[in-house]
Design a protein around this ligand. Sequence first.
Ligand SMILES: Nc1nc2c(ncn2[C@@H]2O[C@H](COP(=O)(O)OP(=O)(O)OP(=O)(O)O)[C@@H](O)[C@H]2O)c(=O)[nH]1
Ligand SMILES: [Mg+2]
Length: 251
Amino acid sequence: MTDKKTMVVTPTYNEKENLARFVAALFALEISHLQVLVVDDNSPDGTGQLAEELRAQYDERVHVLHRTHKQGLGPAYLAGFARAIALGADYIVQMDADFSHQPHYLHTMLELIPNYDLVLGSRFMKGGGVDHTWSVYRKLLSLWANRIYTPAILRLPVYDATGGFKMWRRETLQGMGLQRIQSNGYVFQVEMTYVAYKLGYRIGEFPIYFPDRQEGTSKMSSKVALEAAARVWQILARHRHLTPADRQVSQ
Ligand SMILES: Nc1nc2c(ncn2[C@@H]2O[C@H](COP(=O)(O)OP(=O)(O)OP(=O)(O)O)[C@@H](O)[C@H]2O)c(=O)[nH]1
Ligand SMILES: [Mg+2]
């Protein structure tokens, strides 16, 4: 049992089909001091309204941050992290609402976090995997991008460079200096992990199985993948000189 407060930050854009079940699945884990922060970008399907209903249903355990328009995953997470810290969270989890990040892995993350500054769920390490329906081509492309291309350019020793299922210690996010982070989309995940690594934070990885989203359609395309690949160079240029001395000292 931990007395640490864990906050799951989940950005949503049109996740009405998933959100209620997602929140219920989190609380069914019976993790003590677990809370959820939904960051909704004014979803046209009414996800923000649903989040308010969940807040009423679960009292203090669900928080909602409403933003006026869709600004992408990166800015939504950054706003969510700031709010989670303000709400006093010790451990902050980055998690999609579409069930690709399976709730039960929170137990593993909580076991690992005392020994690390960031815990990362990895699809491409031994024991992990992606949805069995992925074509060989998509699997190979993803494996290449995450295990070969990105780590080679950045010299980043992780198994899943674009992985987005993470548990952060509050102190890590504070020391990162989040104003440094500028990317969106897949590259946002790379930039966060890279900055954490360059600043000398300890990254613990564990294998996850990553099924496709339960409801709704995927937005992954070759264009998105290519753009992400090009942007890795920007991240290198922006952060290659960082060292642990560049950690931000919080007031
Ligand atoms: N607040 C906010 N949330 C977003 C935005 N874009 C995506 N999300 C949410 O971020 C999470 C991950 O987005 P997804 O659309 O699942 O992206 P993905 O996992 O890369 O792609 P697929 O699941 O294959 O479609 C989901 O919970 C989305 O609802 C956005 O612009 N703003
Ligand atoms: Mg998804």
